[in-house]
Design a protein around this ligand. Structure first.
Ligand code: ADP
Length: 193
């Protein structure tokens, strides 16, 4: 099998990762995986993993690293033929990035490209409030939203420097979705012919 091409989408909640991942999937045929969506699926099933995750998610905390990476591998193992994966919402901590690299975990998911969607903090808050009205997710209350944003800056933003020596590209996520996607395509096209 050919080597997979794996992309990490990095960015705050509300930075547009899900929207862009969808577009990338359509154009390049990579398999999209959102750990947030995987957790919500487990919660709707009310199984052991779901119940465990729910207590973190409802507080706006990150779920434990190993739990997250294990769930990710379980899911990706279902798609061994994929040309590559778009990782949306993972890694979210330095530890998760190391686990993906196979440090402290028996399997690895090599990261070929990191696209960082950069959005101002005020815009993030505005977008999350707007989305909360539409989606009515249980973790979209003002208190929990505040926690999620704080945790993003404390735990996930440091990944930007962690990946500095890798192929990390910053895209202006303040633009409209089509412009952001055009910028992303320019980057991906340098890698995928
Ligand atoms: P958002 O990007 O809006 O925060 P997500 O759907 O990506 O929403 O994630 C929802 C919640 O799921 C997060 O707040 C967190 O509790 C949990 N979660 C998702 N991905 C991870 C991850 N990689 N590590 C730990 N927890 C995660």
């Amino acid at each position: 099998m050919e080597k997979k091409f794996n992309i990490v989408l990095l960015g705050a909640p509300g930075s547009g990762k899900g929207t862009q991942a969808q577009k990338i999937t359509e154009k390049y045929g990579l398999k999209h995986v959102s750990t947030g969506e995987l957790f919500r699926k487990e919660i709707s099933l009310q199984n052991e993993l779901g119940l465990k995750a729910q207590s973190y998610i409802d507080r706006g905390e990150l779920c434990p690293d190993i739990l997250t990476i294990e769930m990710l591998h379980h899911y990706l193992d279902l798609f061994p033929e994929a040309k590559g994966y778009i990782l949306d919402g993972v890694p979210r901590t330095i530890k998760q990035a190391q686990l993906l690299d196979g440090v402290g975990y028996p399997k690895s998911i090599p990261v070929d490209l990191i696209i960082y969607l950069s959005v101002d903090q005020l815009e993030i808050v505005a977008r999350m409030i707007k989305r909360a009205e539409i989606e009515k997710r249980s973790d979209d209350t003002p208190e929990v939203i505040k926690n999620r944003i704080n945790n993003y800056f404390a735990q996930t933003k440091p990944l930007e420097s962690y990946y500095q020596k890798s192929k990390i590209y910053k895209v202006n996520g303040m633009n409209d979705a089509e412009t952001v996607f055009t910028d992303i395509c320019h980057i991906i096209d340098q890698f995928i012919k």
